[in-house]
Write a protein that binds this ligand. Sequence first.
Ligand SMILES: Cc1cc2nc3c(=O)[nH]c(=O)nc-3n(C[C@H](O)[C@H](O)[C@H](O)COP(=O)(O)O)c2cc1C
Length: 275
Amino acid sequence: MNDLKKEIVKRVEEGRNWLRTNIVKIEDYKTDQELKKPQPPLVKKPMTNNVIELSLNFNDLEIDNDFLHVINSRESHRVYTQEKISLLELSYLLWCSQGVKEIRGKSYATLRTVPCGGARHEFECYMTIQNVEGLKDGLYHYLPMKHQIEFLKQIDNLKDFISDSLQGQRWADKANVVLYYSFVCYRAEWRYGIYAHRMVSCDAGHITQNVYLAATSIGLGGCAIGAVNGNLCDKYFDLDGEEEFIFYAMPVGTISEKDVDKEKDFYKFVEEEGL
Ligand SMILES: Cc1cc2nc3c(=O)[nH]c(=O)nc-3n(C[C@H](O)[C@H](O)[C@H](O)COP(=O)(O)O)c2cc1C
């Protein structure tokens, strides 16, 4: 086996081991929570003073309340029509995917609209915004405790950033919002230690599933993205890349039934290659 092949075999094995970590019981191993070490903050503090309140008055939205219809219509959308969305629609997406409903105990955990291992909610949500009523285009951060967003900064090359940050997936640069999820490591590791990272992968899926369903229920479309250029995202959102780093994303935008063929084009290769 050449070196590259050996490296790949090693990496695959590491990946498998990581996923099966929870069944390997290490004697005498205790997590920091078990060792009674202080708990990290439940959420990140605002990074700026540019805080914008979000409304929870979702009665003003036209929401498809037929649960099964929403479930059955959920699909990935990669073609966006670039119309404006309202701030309330953005608020709805954020609420449905990360909104804080309650605090467990004095300050033990947040209970949110999505489930999460140990209710650690070890994610922060950053965004690119364009074509959202009342908001300047630029980079934002969600503040779940008070259901607010904060404006971080404007950048010259927003569309290029979106595409580059998603490993060249150019179609995404038309999305009204791209949600970028960071992992705040110690929030999960405090409780789960070496078992944390397996939990995190499961937890992240719940978030984007709720984004999918929320978007579907108000006539928007989105697509979960695993192919994220984390280093670039960390740089733009001012994250250290060690204790907190971006690893998952989801563009959401306005869609049209007329684009159904363009959507299908993404999977033309299946037919062409006879798969
Ligand atoms: C974890 C995860 C990562 C994904 N990454 C990408 C991606 O990088 N690019 C992309 O176009 N679609 C991505 N998708 C979307 C899947 O391709 C899509 O869900 C799948 O083809 C099934 O189609 P459906 O969502 O319409 O049912 C991802 C989905 C998930 C859940």
